[in-house]
Design a protein around this ligand. Structure first.
Ligand SMILES: N[C@@H](CCC(=O)N[C@@H](CS)C(=O)NCC(=O)O)C(=O)O
Length: 202
């Protein structure tokens, strides 16, 4: 989701190759991607993997993916890097599955700790840089928002208790046209792509 959003935001001309995941170690992914994971981008002779590296690559071609102000840009890079490297407990307890209703599931001590840190990041960023629009840095949905989009998707599926700032932010991200398009694409996936371990949680 992150890589796709970033490439779309930067309007790169790419051929999309969709590989149904096996839930880890998918052979078709391993055979094409250097780290054996998606997202993986090939563009104009460059090979880029890891979503944060894809964010930086896309921002070289579309500089407005990071905020123009240097302090805001530093903050955006910091929270994007924190997201990229962290929140493992949240990821494990609330596996991403769009459009499901798993309200109340996945609330472990560790995942709730991650969630409160995310609330603090979103509240602090919105308070300092978010005037003028619903996203982390205001009116433009940028690379930091794209990096947090899968967190939003988890919150919409598992519905942990969130403060109003986080709830409003989740709704704004869900309504963003590219995010909405990703949800539509996910809803259109054939049932054979679904993984039982993620479908049997409710
Ligand atoms: N740190 C990597 C994480 C990528 C990752 O975990 N990708 C998962 C899907 S979201 C994957 O490729 N899984 C392979 C599989 O399920 O076979 C990034 O940010 O790009």
């Amino acid at each position: 989701m992150r890589g796709w959003l970033l490439v779309k935001l930067a309007e790169l001309e790419v051929e999309e190759i969709v590989i149904p995941l096996a839930g880890g170690n998918t052979p078709a992914v391993k055979s094409v991607s250097p780290n054996g994971l998606v997202p993986y981008l090939e563009h104009d002779g460059a090979q880029v993997w890891e979503s944060l590296a894809i964010a930086e690559y896309c921002a070289e071609l579309a500089s407005d993916l990071w905020p123009a102000d240097w302090a805001a840009r530093a903050h955006a890079r910091s929270i994007a890097a924190e997201m990229h490297a962290g929140f493992r407990a949240l990821r494990l307890a609330m596996p991403m599955n769009l459009g499901r209703d798993y309200a109340g599931l996945g609330r472990t001590e560790e995942s709730l700790h991650d969630i409160s840190r995310i609330e603090a990041i979103w509240s602090g960023t919105r308070a300092r840089f978010g005037a003028g629009g619903p996203y982390l840095f205001g009116a433009a949905f940028n690379a930091a928002d794209a990096m947090f989009a899968p967190v939003v998707a988890r919150f919409l599926t598992y519905r942990p208790e969130l403060n109003q700032i986080a709830l409003d932010y989740c709704n704004a991200v869900r309504a963003q046209p590219l995010v909405a398009a990703w949800y539509d694409l996910a809803a259109a996936e054939p049932p054979s792509w679904q993984l039982e371990k993620y479908e049997s949680l409710a």
